[in-house]
Write a protein that binds this ligand. Sequence first.
Ligand code: BG6
Length: 489
Amino acid sequence: MTSQIIPVDPFDFIIFGGTGDLAERKLLPALYQRQMAGQFSEPTRIIGASRSSLSDDEYREFARKAITEHVKPDEIVNGELDSFLARLSYVPVDAKSGEGFERLKEAIGDSTAVRAFYLAVAPGLFGDIAGHLAKHGLNEGDPRIVVEKPIGRDLASARALNDAIGCVFNEQQIFRIDHYLGKETVQNLMALRFANTLYEPLWNSAHIDHVQITVAETVGLEDRVSYYDKAGALRDMVQNHMLQLLCLMAMEPPSSMDADAVRDEKLKILRSLKRINGNEAPKLTVRGQYKAGASAGGAVKGYAEELGNDSDTETFVAIKAEIANWRWAGVPFYLRTGKRLAERVSEICIQFKPVPHSIFDDSAGVVTANQLVIRLQPDEGVKQWIMIKDPGPGGMRLRHVPLDMSFADAFEVRNPDAYERLIMDVVRGNQTLFMRRDEVEAAWQWIDPIQASWEENRHTVQGYTAGTWGPSASIALIERDGRTWHESM
Ligand code: BG6
């Protein structure tokens, strides 16, 4: 089965931080894949910009290496790679002093193509780059500017960053990436909810007992010491990815897929999240940090050992959240995310309420409540657990079985990386899968009191052995309510 690819008009894609990690691992491979898919028209150009002094040819060599390392060998076609590299050029720029922006302007020339500036740089440079672009008139016409998290480390710093970009570009030109929104299954959550009549009538507190959102990773610190130790799991994963998943799961049906229609609904959820203040945080949140243990079959160091010193940064967080609105009042949303956990798995598990009355004898066995599990990664798919009669003679015995749809088995298509979809949406000017300023700020408004309470009450991290499901307090958080974490699909 093939999907239809619609080419986009020619565009100029300028990557600040063009020799950095994100460009190497994600952006250049994603752009190459879109060319391979036939989505580019001529003359589409890609310009790398960073402090390193490279020639065009040296940058092409950098890109060739990046693509060879980060794209599967059977997806690399030599002729196609050469024609991709021919689109590339390079301009050395200094984001602080502004040196090189004049040359960048000359490189772009008087092209009227859509122009996208991707800021794959530290957030501290967002304002400087936006300012230099404006000074050289590069924000004129129909430009787009793309920024990545962390958009601040609290509400005040997020506002300052949004202001710094917002004084040069208007909101319709700003694309704030949360790469989780580009994942296929995350978008599928919207298809599942709004392209079927089956679930929507049940999607509320009358039928749903609780929801669990898990984003578990097996990786550790991954050479991100300076960033991660100042951020921690709450800022790194919950403020953005986890809350976005929660919004898509819980929002009211938007009237269309229009960017503001969807973002208005997400915003309402963020604003309806019940504040977790001072003395509630110890009851409703858990902070953990991994100790030495085993992962992927080998021994691994603890976080503090990797870091080289003691630290109170959380690498795990679990939260019992509540959405204070008519649809969700009384339905807990249990969120958990962590590094060096037992398995790499991201999923949303929707636990329906039990039947109100069982007509079956005890000999039939337990009537287990229905469960819908949406697996985001790996092995994307959906499992709807239902009760059936155990086949064969021997009276009425009940069994809990999954209606199972694995996307890999059902569709023979390559699962594109999130960045492929998001980059092309930037070029098309479609903001549906990007965060609006008020969303980012509303998310911080919920996160900040949790962070503040942790600091004020010295809510220190609890150790967990690498390769397990986090500290025992996380199990207690949900079991106290008579529920358990869903462990596997
Ligand atoms: C990033 C976080 O945003 O998402 C990382 O900064 C995390 O800490 C990563 O590892 C997870 O993304 P994915 O796509 O691998 O689930």
